[in-house]
Design a binder for this molecule. Sequence first.
Ligand SMILES: Cc1ncc(COP(=O)(O)O)c(C=O)c1O
Length: 514
Amino acid sequence: MNVQGRPTRPAAADAAARATFTGNRALDIEEALIFETGRFDASGVDVEDPPPFVSRLGPLARASAPDLPGLSEPEAVRHYVRLSRDNYSIDAGIYPLGSCTMKHNPRLNEAMARLPGFADAHPLQPESTVKGALEVVEALAAALMTMTGMSAIAMSPKAGAHGELCGMMAIKAAIEARGEAASRRVVLVPDSAHGTNPATAALLGFSVRPVPAGDDGDVGVDAVRAALAPDVAAIMLTNPNTCGLFERQIVGIADAVRDAGAYFYCDGANFNAIVGKTRPGDLGVDAMHINLHKTFSTPHGGGGPGAGPVALSERLAPFAPVPFVRREGAALRLVEHAEGTESFGRMTAFHGQMGMFVRALAFIFSHGADGLRQASEDAVLSANYIRASLNDVMSAPFGDRVCMHEALFDDRWLKDTGLTTLDFAKAMIDEGFHPMTVYFPLIVHGAMLIEPTESESKAGLDRFIMTLRDLAFAAKSGDRERFASAPIHAPRRRLDETLAARHPVLRWTRSAPA
Ligand SMILES: Cc1ncc(COP(=O)(O)O)c(C=O)c1O
């Protein structure tokens, strides 16, 4: 039996040991590019020749047919089904990517999002025909204000990074309104921050002043005070932070920032750890984005739709972007134009990700206040269970300190093995586990950031822990072979990830006939 409790395959049957004629492994089909399988003589549809016509395209007319692959319907269906089987998803197993909160999306959310009144709503429909959709937006905004303890919500941003931009644009507008645009040009960003934080500040023309995190993983109020000056517009601080720790000096930092005439932007990507436990507004936060696609379980990954509503404090609320929904008596009205308000303008063409709003509201209503708090507690409990269960075989940069929603390890424990964090992560794939986030946060050497979320059962966590322990023992006992060429059971072996990132091959070119 192997560590997951399944019978171990005999070595002779090891798929990696024997090449096959087709290149397939059992029913895991080696799929060619659609351009390589398509033909000109095939099509999924019969289209009649058009009646005779005189082309008006002149020199723009094509001299030859476009190089598009032709496939019959079953060929097209099979191609995409086979490709989809190479995808990994939260529906297939634990997806422990730290900082990503890959949690289960309850199917109830999907049923709600598919109701025709929501699924078929069009952003250009007359307002009188989308009252239900406006009710959803308003109810979600109200719930998010309750959870954050803040005064206003901008609903339209479409991802966390977009939310950061929105919050920082509100801060910039507030600073301009105070007549300090020329003097406050700096944003403080801890060195543990997610890359989107300094990128957002830079995009808006601010210069970034780094603040070092302390040896305990926290940003200290003294370090912030040392960086504060009359040129500072804001601080962007993540809480819980990217090391999976609650920033213990956050209230002191908020006070210092406010006393210096600056604003406090909180990166709320890790809100999942504190929903129902603490309200960012009570901690002194001025603006914070909430990744609905993380905390509220809406599907994400692979570039799918996100949603990053931004909660704003009383002093930033007047600068919120349009459009927004306003309750006027019993009725709801969509405010589309900034005129007559201090709004900084518009983030998106329309109103935000309606499908994500419906899913998030379904998640919130079906959990209730107690269920949401329980979800956060379970997420934190799961992460600490992993941390405590691996602490004796792996090294944690901040010792025994209790973590929030994610457990962070470094690579000191691999020091004498000749192996790296990447080797360890790749070997996890052979065991059927998607790796954790690696090499982030940057301030921790060889970081391994594991975020199990509340979705995993105790039995599932135990299988994961036993596998990592088994790998850790193998690494320490000198079984380098198991790591050096991993993954060997995956459809593709180890890639040159740097080359793939720096020089991605995104265009197919037909090779010249031999
Ligand atoms: C701490 C942190 N901030 C910001 C973001 C950006 O969020 P998004 O990917 O939705 O743009 C992420 C995403 O992983 C994050 O982990």
